[in-house]
Design a protein around this ligand. Structure first.
Ligand code: GDP
Length: 365
């Protein structure tokens, strides 16, 4: 499954957040193919629609989808020059699909701030700059290569060079690669092989104190203001409280704890869902009495490819898909009921699966 890397300066609350994530860990037995390493936390993605289906179908087993979080500790100022665990840290970021950037928005005189003061915008920039410097290195290397090709009269190389120089200028100006508005094709040709760090999608976690958990505070507001042009989400939570919430196994007690703090849901659940959509993932469901299950696909996938997530035979032998929308399922209660009123769609190979579809695949073996 896809991975989000948790990054941030030291002492901002990364481990605390990661511990909360790992405590609420998914039943590993149900997901035998995930990597279980100490710095990887596998969590289930909370989804109300799964509860709706479970209520209707009353299956023996319910399986939510999962995503993975990787704790990437060790980034300090100068990492791009090899300071701290610099290069190892940056290599770890290269492997993840998206970045969760944790930012300290709490004051606490007992917790040393590496820069001596709480300043979320400055902190964010320290990390950004390290990643941008590393990317600049990669882009510069590629520019040298492409320039050689241009000298031999390669027309394609000329176009590539233009794009690369744009990336270089942006990175030098302190902008991340993700902010450049090139098409997917242009990006692929020019920087696709570079695995740039700042091209990965990002969301910010504003780690606030308990008393600011519901409303945020001046720090989280400053952060929001600073990233508003990045089109990136800011999730406000208190990591220390989240790790307490995650410890509570009993669902009723869990509910009581949330109510006591005035929370509608755990901040961790908000973070998990935000990360899921950051990865551009959507969910479809299969619903049978044995098992109701959520499946993860990329937005835009067609029915056969989506079926392939369940089993490669489903994709190879795909004939058609029967699709029910959840509101119809709710209204007519059973698959047969939905079918009777003609609300079950029969779709072919070209159908683009929509978020929340309940799918039944027909296939040849
Ligand atoms: P990391 O270095 O980013 O992994 O940070 P840690 O998770 O180890 O946290 C550093 C210190 O900050 C620890 O003493 C935590 O208990 C404390 N801490 C983490 N989150 C919060 C928070 O939301 N509020 C307060 N006051 N302290 C926190």
């Amino acid at each position: 499954s896809l991975q989000c890397g948790i990054v941030g300066l030291p002492n901002v609350g990364k481990s605390t957040l990661f511990n909360a994530i790992s405590t609420g860990k998914a039943e590993a037995a149900n997901y035998p193919f995930c990597t279980i390493e100490p710095n990887v936390g596998v969590v289930t993605v909370p989804d109300e629609r799964l509860e709706v289906l479970t209520g209707l179908v009353k299956p023996q087993k319910v399986l939510p989808t999962i995503i993975e979080f990787v704790d990437i500790a060790g980034l300090v100022k100068g990492a791009s020059q090899g300071a701290g665990l610099g290069n190892k840290f940056l290599a770890n970021i290269r492997e993840v699909d998206a970045i969760v950037h944790v930012i300290r928005c709490f004051e606490d005189e007992n917790v040393v701030h590496v820069e001596g003061r709480v300043d979320p915008v400055f902190d964010k920039e320290i990390i950004d700059i390290e990643l941008q410097l590393k990317d600049l290195e990669s882009v510069n290397k590629k520019i040298q290569k492409v320039e050689k090709a241009v000298r031999t009269g390669d027309a394609k190389a000329k176009a590539e060079l233009q794009i690369l120089q744009d990336y270089k200028a942006a990175l030098e100006a302190g902008r991340s690669a993700r902010t450049l508005a090139y098409t997917k094709e242009e990006r692929e040709s020019a920087i696709g092989d570079l695995q740039l760090l700042t091209v990965k999608p990002v969301l910010y976690v504003a780690n606030v104190n308990e008393e600011s958990m519901l409303s945020g505070n001046e720090y989280s507001e400053k952060l929001r203001e600073a990233v508003k042009d990045e089109n990136a989400e800011v999730v406000v939570l208190c990591a220390a409280i989240e790790s307490q919430i995650a410890e509570i196994e009993d669902p009723e007690e869990h509910e009581m704890f949330l109510t006591e703090y005035g929370l509608k849901e755990a901040g961790l659940d908000r973070l998990i869902r935000a990360s899921y959509s950051l990865l551009d993932l959507i969910t479809y469901f299969t619903a049978g009495v044995k098992e109701v299950r959520a499946w993860t696909i990329r937005r835009g996938w067609k029915a056969p490819q989506a079926a392939g997530v369940i089993h490669s035979d489903f994709e190879k032998g795909f004939i058609r898909a029967e699709v029910i929308k959840i509101p119809d399922y709710q209204q007519y209660k059973t698959e047969a009921g939905v079918k009777e009123v003609g609300k079950m769609a029969v779709e072919g190979k070209e159908y683009v699966v929509q978020d929340g579809d309940v799918m039944h695949f027909r296939f040849n073996v």
